[in-house]
Design a binder for this molecule. Structure first.
Ligand SMILES: [Zn+2]
Length: 509
């Protein structure tokens, strides 16, 4: 159906702004014009029913049958949700030199297209066909429902009301602990975390005549964080995201880098890319994996356009698998270079601000309109405050309890060596609690300078060497100002001193 009558669109627009939330967003005309239903027929559990989605139980049956009939897939329990539901991982066969690719879905329980796309993807993999042939050089671990408690309620959060994608270092949710352990044991070269985003946001009401909605089937969220090694950032874009863009374009999908409105004192700007280690894409990249978070257009749409959303996720999963196969050696090399990169530690950075343009669907007439926007680009950061890269951090005995968190994150921690070293102590210049709450607690905001001294290392304490795969993640945990730092998150409570030292070099006696 083609709809061109301006009266129709006008009436639709009036209805749309009040009824969008109730109707599950997206008037039918917008769906038919911009997001038509694909020809593909899916037979995963959600498509057995007209209402609702796959449940943890129906997924379990589906996966059990799948692996029973498959010669190349197996499944195992990676752990339990708070309510005792198994977090399942499906694996393809291992091989010594295979590239290891981890796909995650359903970390936010109300973003079902990711989970369903991964089920459809595994269904294809279990059958002989073109996808299957990539498994000769790729080992897959697929975790289709990372947050079963949230998923069964189609609720974003875990059973305790916390956001599992904001718990990268504090590790208060058992689901996240199991996921981090599974990631570390698998030692993923590539991680793709499948999510959905909300196309119609309250901030968009003021745009256009009756408001606008997002025009993109998918958005790519990958990191610009300067503490991620540059070879990792570059390879993520060129080896994974670029080919996925081509795949989406070839299938008539609109897409964009992840872009999010931020309203400050009535002025709207748009943030691009991932910078904070809050979110999985930056966190896994700091751990030296190539990492992308996919945002499929879907939150709030309920079943609307579900076939298309699932197909978008399926196309992306297939593209990432194919790219991993195609670029196996280059990805392994990027990780090797990432491991050996020795860039300065960036404490503060600023985003490049430009005037730019962005397309939206105008709800008053259904047209695709281009708006002028102010863009704050997280993929083009410049450092504002840096510290030298230490050869190690020392954790003093009073902070011993943070070692457990670091080990869950696969950060290597050793007993202190003997000897004299030049070390830097932090001198606190600011120390306060943030007024508003984040994930149920108030973050500690600390600023510090450093003072160096030569010291004979004490007998007790811990040594976090720079010469390790996950050191950039250790930096994020241990620098006092870091966004997801153990001090900011108050895993390590401090008053006047910080029981962490930076080791600069050995000193000759
Ligand atoms: Zn999400």
């Amino acid at each position: 159906m083609r709809i061109s009558s301006p009266i129709f669109w006008g009436v639709l627009g009036l209805m749309a702004c009040s009824a969008l939330e109730l109707s599950g967003q997206d008037p039918r005309a917008i769906q038919e014009t911009y997001f038509p239903v694909p020809d593909t027929t899916y037979t995963t559990p959600a498509f057995d029913t007209k209402r609702g989605f796959t449940t943890h139980e129906t997924m379990e049956h589906f996966l059990l049958e799948l692996v029973q009939n498959s010669s190349n897939l197996s499944m195992d329990s990676l752990g339990m949700s708070a309510k005792g539901k198994v977090i399942w991982g499906v694996r393809s066969s291992a091989g010594a030199d295979k590239l290891r690719v981890l796909f995650l879905g359903g970390l936010h329980g109300n973003e079902p297209a990711g989970t369903e796309a991964l089920l459809a993807f595994m269904q294809q993999l279990s059958e002989e066909g073109h996808l299957n042939s990539y498994l000769d050089a790729v080992e897959l671990l697929v975790i289709p429902m990372a947050n079963p408690d949230g998923y069964d309620k189609q609720n974003r959060y875990a059973a305790n009301g916390l956001d599992l994608n904001r718990d990268q270092t504090k590790l208060v949710n058992q689901e996240v602990v199991f996921l981090k352990k599974a990631y570390a044991a698998f030692d993923a070269d590539v991680v793709v975390d499948f999510h959905e985003y909300k196309p119609y946001r309250s901030d968009f009401v003021s745009m256009g005549t009756f408001g606008v909605t997002s025009a993109f089937d998918a958005m790519f969220l990958y990191t610009g964080n300067l503490n991620v090694a540059e070879p990792i950032r570059e390879a993520t874009e060129t080896l994974l995201v670029d080919p996925a863009r081509k795949t989406l374009a070839a299938h008539g999908r609109r897409f964009h880098n992840y872009i999010r409105p931020v309203v400050i004192r009535g002025n709207m700007r748009f943030d691009v890319g991932a910078t904070s280690a809050h979110s999985s894409s930056t966190s896994f990249a700091l751990a030296n994996s190539l990492s992308v978070l996919m945002e499929i257009r879907g939150v709030g749409l309920q079943r609307k356009g579900f076939e298309r959303r699932v197909e978008t996720g399926y196309l992306l999963a297939s593209s990432f698998l194919k790219s991993a196969h195609h670029s196996k050696v280059a990805i392994q090399m990027a990780r090797e270079q990432g491991r050996n990169a020795r860039q300065d530690v960036v404490i503060e950075s600023s985003k490049k601000v430009t005037q730019s343009q962005l397309d939206f669907i105008d709800l008053s007439d259904g047209s695709l309109r281009t708006f002028d926007i102010e863009k704050h680009d997280g993929l083009a950061l410049s450092p504002q405050l840096i510290r030298s890269r230490p050869m190690a951090y020392i954790i003093l005995p009073e902070a011993a309890h943070v070692i457990e968190k670091l080990r869950i994150l696969d950060v290597e921690v050793e007993p202190l060596p003997m000897g004299q070293y030049e070390v830097e102590r932090y001198v606190i210049t600011e120390n306060r609690l943030k007024a508003d709450f984040f994930e149920g607690f108030q973050e500690r905001i600390v600023s510090a300078t450093t003072e160096s001294e030569d010291m004979d290392l004490p007998a007790d304490g811990w040594w976090v060497p720079a010469d390790q795969e996950r050191f950039n993640l250790a930096i994020e945990c241990l620098e006092p100002e870091a966004h997801c730092g153990l001090i900011r998150y108050r895993v390590l409570e401090i008053e006047n001193t910080i029981p962490i030292l930076r080791v600069i070099k050995p000193t000759l006696k």
